[in-house]
Design a protein around this ligand. Sequence first.
Ligand code: PML
Length: 249
Amino acid sequence: MLYSIRMRSAQGGAHEHGGHHISGAERLITTQDLTTITEKLIQRALTHEKGRADFIRLTIEEVKPKDIITIPMLKMETYTAIDVSDGHKNACEFLANAGISKIAIDNAISSLLSLQENMRGAILIDATTGKRLDNTGMRGIRVSRMDFKDTLQAKKHFDELGYTDNHVQEALVLASKVLSAPNVVGELCWSDDPNYIIGYVSANNIYHRITKMKPLHSNQGGRVFFVKTPVDITVLQNYLERQPVLVDI
Ligand code: PML
């Protein structure tokens, strides 16, 4: 039996919708791991680089095995950028190679660069017209209910590659789920964590890890998903937020 565990923490507003988003986490774990992981997530919220959370919400919910689907992990390739502008230039190329229009790419980058607040979730953009498709405002679409199929195997795999940081592993799980969603053709992301400047583009089944996507100490970051239209936004949003997905490495 698996449980979906979701954590969201905020600061400056101890109520559900208030405060500034600090951190979040999404896991699908066994009953045995529930206590240990819950403790880790609370620690994460209390010791985050963006500050100590004064609001933490944990949601723990059973997931039925028959509802879970398994998908393959995206292949990872790293692009070592000279600077942020080189990182962005290459991100644009990776997205354009997936058939995403220039206006959609430009709108995505300027949306992330103009964020005044961290968003909990992602912005959906029409891959042709560049128009925003979701109506979730500053909340965004929060991708949920996903994890590695075999956490121990994943840990071993990433330890061997030297990627011990949570960022890359969590981003790979999320990006794999996002690109498996109906109508999604690409994703652009860089972290809102001020000490983390790496970002990625996922497109054409590849997670293009890009080593410089923003200046150090900037807390401006987020995610954009590029969507091919026509699309049923409710179906897509439901898949991203509710479909339990395990990622096989
Ligand atoms: C985040 O954790 O906020 C996003 C991280 C994006 C890049 C992860 C990586 O490949 O290192």
